[in-house]
Design a binder for this molecule. Structure first.
Ligand code: SF4
Length: 698
């Protein structure tokens, strides 16, 4: 018969940045089922991940005891003998005291012998704001370095850099649901049906009510069926297309002159730069007919209200920052910002990637994006934290692993991230992890990264702790504890503090609430949000004083830049780092899929989701399969200059001929073994959306 829950706990979804509110229905410390709640971002809707992806927390592979690496097991780069269900092949069990002492002693030794710059931390956007805040505080005050980063580097670092430079704030200007108020929406480099499914429901309902969708994407997607225009430009030619659109808008006098005059800087330079980007000149570069470029440029510019949303197809390039600079300029020269149904919305991937960035889990800024190089900002946090802080910008995610490979980073604390799967050119990343003298991994499963660990600390899953999270809309929401962690697994706040205490820091936070209150002291943007208020509602920052209603739509009359104006930054065409040639003739695009989330550590252990999509694949256009003499279902060998993998193929006519597509969540066919680690010079984001591969029968 149907089991009846003995408690219902209000929380939020642990997966994507939409931030759907949900209820855990629990009996005897077990989640029976999940319901959608009426939150501002989801109005009770949930997608398949949110509704059915919860039983990873009860998976038999959960880590329940601290583990220390056996002295007879070397760190081979290949995963010899790795079985996440049998930690005993690599590790021995230890008590918490022994494991924590071991973890801290390894850090102290490196700190004493090599200094703080030889240490680094990778925190997580899967954790709460309070966890992310304490983690970066530990790295900055205990490790004495700013070498702290998280997965934002691999997803929207370029968006954040361009937005901070252009409009003074790295977050969205308008919430996702505001598409209902737009006459036109541009979605580019994103597949919301798959990656932000409840967000996509807002978009489809807006379209039903008359909103026009311009979809700019080399691949087709389910949203193509809803689009007024699908503009399938050549992969990586975003700047050519967007510059040509702006060229049309200027030449045809469709700009918003009053807005440009009063709210922007550098327009003359931008306009001069765009002279040479006529649609005719850009047609061969981006593969889109000049007339089509004119048509979509006019549609966007002349709409009463138009909104731009983008994803990692835009950001994950060596010209990712330039791509976003173009989106910002397009929005500014048409004045499509500061009102309902307008603005700029980078669609956030992980449920707390916005919050983790806000609270300073990035190497160049303290909480609230206050630069580590700014003396006033440093002084503020030195006073708040009672210690001296480094003014040296720290290493980013890919740089940390590179410097581990080079021997300059010797100790690394990884909390809830999986760089062995998520970093580009993962064979190189894994070799870097294997070279570390001391690797601490704190997680709920024995991830691929944990294979290289010296010590593994069993942590708590999302429903096993309480904390605040910020969704893609800048809404601060409370996730509440519904379960006790299994076995000896502990809450992350406790583990971080135990490491901190062993490094001589006297921290006494007995729950998330005092951490949140300390955050408010250092972060003006959330200073007005009280813990009490979050019990009953989501609050959208900026919320500077108690009683502020919050600010879902920003930039209504000025930008938080020094001049109060937006800076227009011209961008020139930059070719991808590696282009197809005779030896490697195909372009590989990597991404996600509906049922799995990021490196799959949770969703591949959620029984329903794993049953829906159980195996790795590469999506290939039918024409390419035919020309290679291959059939759907064949096992293929994919090779790049960096690695080779073997996976089954699927016919996929969403992907254009000459291009293949792979989700990166499958360990047994890990797409990142092929990808290119070349970095965008401004944001240090890697070009995982474009590299050259060859395909053959396995
Ligand atoms: Fe969770 Fe995102 Fe799905 Fe909502 S749309 S249920 S936040 S994965």
């Amino acid at each position: 018969g149907l089991e009846v829950p003995d408690k219902q706990v209000k929380s939020v979804c642990p997966y994507c940045g939409v931030g759907c509110q949900l209820t855990y229905n629990v009996k005897d410390n077990k989640i029976l089922f999940v319901d959608g709640r009426d939150g501002p971002a989801n109005q009770s809707r949930l997608c398949v991940k949110g509704r059915f992806g919860f039983d990873y927390v009860h998976n038999s592979e959960r880590l329940t005891k601290p583990l220390i690496r056996r002295s007879d097991v070397p760190k081979n780069v290949d995963y010899i003998d790795f079985d996440p269900a049998n930690p005993g092949t690599i590790f021995r069990e230890a008590s918490w005291d022994e494991a924590l002492d071991f973890a801290a002693d390894g850090l102290k030794k490196i700190l004493k012998e090599n200094g703080g710059e030889a240490l680094a931390g990778l925190g997580s956007a899967k954790g709460s704001n309070e966890e992310a805040y304490l983690f970066q505080k530990l790295i900055r005050t205990g490790f004495k370095t700013n070498n702290v980063d998280h997965c934002t580097r691999l997803c929207h670092a370029s968006s954040v850099i361009a937005l901070l430079e252009g409009v003074g704030s790295g977050a969205v200007s308008n919430p996702m649901g505001d598409v209902s108020n737009a006459d036109v929406i541009i979605i580019t480099g994103a597949n919301p049906t798959v990656n932000h499914p409840v967000g996509a429901s807002w978009m489809k309902n807006a379209i039903k009510n008359g909103t026009k969708l311009i979809l700019l994407d080399p691949r087709r997607s389910e949203l193509t069926r809803h689009a007024t225009h699908h503009v399938a430009f050549k992969p990586a030619s975003d700047v050519a297309l967007l510059n040509a659109m702006m060229h049309v808008i200027i030449k045809e006098d469709l700009t918003d002159k009053a807005f440009i005059e009063s709210r922007t800087e550098n327009y003359e330079e931008l306009a001069a730069h765009l002279e040479s980007y006529s649609p005719e000149a850009m047609e061969p570069v981006c593969g889109i007919k000049a007339d089509k470029i004119r048509e979509i440029a006019r549609l966007y510019a002349t709409a009463d209200n138009a909104m731009i949303l983008w994803g990692m197809g835009v950001s994950q390039h060596i010209h990712g920052t330039d791509n976003v600079r173009c989106l910002i300029s397009l929005c500014m020269i048409t004045g499509q910002i500061g009102r309902e149904g307008t603005g700029l919305h980078p669609l956030r991937g992980q449920n707390n990637v916005q919050g983790a960035s806000d609270v300073g889990l990035i190497p160049m800024v303290f909480p609230d994006y206050q630069p580590v190089t700014n003396e006033q900002a440093r002084h503020r946090f030195e006073t708040l934290w009672g210690t001296e802080l480094s003014d040296k910008v720290g290493l980013t995610t890919v740089e940390i692993v590179n410097e581990a490979y080079n021997g300059n980073v010797k100790g690394l604390y990884v909390e809830g991230e999986n760089p062995a799967m998520s970093d580009p050119d993962s064979n190189h990343a894994r070799a870097g992890l294997a070279k570390l003298d001391h690797l601490i991994v704190q997680d709920i499963f024995l991830t691929e990264t944990a294979y290289y660990a010296d010590v593994v600390l069993p942590a708590s899953a999302f429903p096993e702790k309480t904390g605040t999270f910020v969704n893609s809309d800048r809404s601060v929401q409370l996730g509440r504890q519904a379960l006790d962690p299994p076995g000896e697994a502990k809450q992350d706040l406790w583990i971080i503090q135990e490491i901190a205490k062993r490094l001589g820091l006297d921290w006494q936070y007995d729950s998330a609430e005092p951490v949140f209150n300390e955050m408010r002291q250092g972060m003006d943007s959330i200073a007005g949000i009280t813990w009490d208020r979050l019990q009953n509602e989501s609050v959208t920052y900026p919320c500077k004083e108690e009683g502020d209603a919050g600010s879902p739509i920003i930039f209504t009359d000025s930008f938080p830049t020094q001049s109060g104006k937006a800076l227009l930054v011209p961008a020139a065409i930059v070719a991808p780092d590696e282009t197809p040639d005779q030896e490697y003739p195909f372009v590989l695009i990597t991404g996600r899929q509906l049922e799995h989330w990021h490196t799959g550590s949770m969703t591949r252990r959620a029984s329903t989701l794993d049953a829906l999509e159980p195996e790795a694949y590469v999506a290939v256009n039918q024409r390419d399969l035919l020309s290679l003499g291959l059939e759907a279902g064949d096992t293929l060998k994919l090779q790049s200059r960096r690695g080779e993998i073997t996976v089954k193929t699927r016919i996929d006519d969403l992907t254009p001929a000459g291009t293949v597509y792979m989700p990166f969540c499958y360990f047994e066919g890990a797409a990142n073994q092929l990808t290119n680690a070349a970095l965008d010079p401004d944001a240090k984001i890697a070009e995982v959306k474009y590299c050259a591969v060859r395909i053959s029968a396995a």
